[in-house]
Write a protein that binds this ligand. Structure first.
Ligand code: PMP
Ligand code: GLU
Length: 400
């Protein structure tokens, strides 16, 4: 008798959970296909169109027959364009210090794989984007997080960071504007963190995917803005999924010291060959316009609307997001109650009941290291925002 397939799986793979954001959106999509009016506050994906010049460049590339392998690190002209973009932003990079990947996700994974020996620790502030812990683990590292608080605007503090450092800490991961809180790190926060980075000789990974989505007049700040001396140990992750609505096109990039980029490229050359070629040709058309007009304004309008709608709910505490496209209310006051006989013990159950009973997709805070919260993305129509929050309020009013 042969071994059942599930018993053949490696211990490594069994330790990895699938992406909760993508799982929630798959359930929402199924319910939609079945004809239900589902409100999609689940996975963060802009509903705005991919800019026309990018679409045209993609079609043109297909017609010209450019669907062939590219160099493993990406098209030289795209690497040069991204290097220029980093440099124009104030983070000088040569093309040899840039690589292209199939979305920001593989860039993050390759970075962890390149920088962490088995058991090395990668630290980051909580709440954090849910994929980080699984990716660090998949790369053999140990994810470690430290808390931040809504009262302190979710800014990472030196005390918090120092509290989790050990002699196995190798990498510090930062993400601003932040998924899921929508906070934006200040220069003061990053200056203080930079001190610890120097002192402990940490490597810093900064996930800047929401760089162009800040709705207040505060600036975007990368740790290199306040500590340019750290250039030899900073890796910047970015991509076009959020800025250009190219989530399914899969295009991300990394900028880092050349030896790190070379190491990541070696792995990419073996496991992916090259990033997708048509998408890279289309991405060239996005280079001139890092933040296409009108997008931020449209998302800001929805941000303001969802803040106002959530404020009407009973004992739902909602820190105001200033960047990215998520809002992260605390529903802790409603835990321990029951909904039609089901006890709502935690945000996972809350979010499940909300989807099943009210057809509103959200993601429970547990996967973001913040139990008692739910995450809503407001990349959806204004009508759905109003209706979705109304349904959320209705469920809360029906809790016993
Ligand atoms: N980082 C953060 C913080 C994100 O929210 C996302 C969203 N998917 C990514 C990275 C990855 O983006 P993608 O792989 O679609 O480029
Ligand atoms: N980053 C988005 C989110 O957090 C998209 C889904 C994903 O890639 O996890 O919802």
């Amino acid at each position: 008798m042969s071994t059942p397939a599930e018993d053949r799986l490696s211990g490594k793979v069994c330790a990895i959970q699938s992406s909760i954001t993508l799982e929630v959106s798959a359930i929402a999509a199924r319910l939609k296909r079945e004809g239900h009016h589902v409100i999609a506050f689940g996975a963060g994906e802009p509903d705005l169109p991919t800019p026309q010049p990018v679409q045209d460049a993609g079609i043109d590339a297909i017609r010209k027959g450019l669907g062939r392998y590219t160099a493993a690190a990406g098209l030289p002209e795209l690497r040069a364009g991204i290097a220029k973009r980093f440099t124009d932003d104030g983070y000088p990079h040569e093309p040899s210090e840039v690589m292209i990947t199939a979305g920001a996700k593989p860039a993050l994974y390759l970075a962890f794989y390149a920088l962490l020996n088995d058991g090395d620790e990668c630290v980051y502030p909580a709440p954090f984007w849910s994929s980080y812990s699984e990716m660090v683990r998949a790369a053999g590292g140990t994810p470690v997080h430290f808390s931040t608080s809504a009262e302190m605007d979710f800014q990472p503090t030196v005390e918090g960071l120092r509290g989790v450092l050990t002699d196995r800490t190798r990498v510090l991961l930062l993400n601003s504007p932040n998924n899921p809180t929508g906070t934006v790190y200040t220069a003061e926060t990053l200056e203080a963190i930079a001190e610890v980075v120097r002192e402990r000789d940490l490597f810093v990974l900064t996930d800047d995917i929401y760089q162009h989505l800040i709705y207040t007049d505060e600036p975007f700040t990368n740790i290199l803005d306040v500590a340019p001396d750290l250039q030899d140990r900073v890796l910047i992750i970015n991509g076009l999924s959020k800025s250009h609505s190219m989530t399914g096109w899969r295009i991300g990039f990394a900028g880092a010291p050349a030896p790190v980029i070379q190491a990541m490229t070696r792995v990419q050359s073996q496991i992916a060959g090259s990033p997708p070629s048509i998408t890279q040709h289309a991405a060239l058309a996005a280079l001139d316009d890092p933040s296409p007009a009108g997008r931020k304004e449209s998302l800001d309008q929805r941000r303001r609307l969802i803040i106002a709608e959530l404020a009407k709910l009973d004992r739902v505490v909602t820190p105001e997001p200033r960047g990215a496209f998520y809002i992260f209310p605390s529903i802790a006051a409603h835990l321990g109650k029951t909904y039609e006989g089901t006890r709502i013990d935690d945000a996972n159950v809350f979010s499940k009941v909300l989807l099943q009973e009210k057809l509103v997709a959200t993601v429970a805070g547990d996967a973001f290291g913040a139990p008692g919260h739910i995450r809503l993305t407001y990349c959806t129509s204004e009508a759905d925002i109003v209706e979705g929050v109304r349904r959320l309020g209705e469920m809360i009013s029906e809790l016993k």
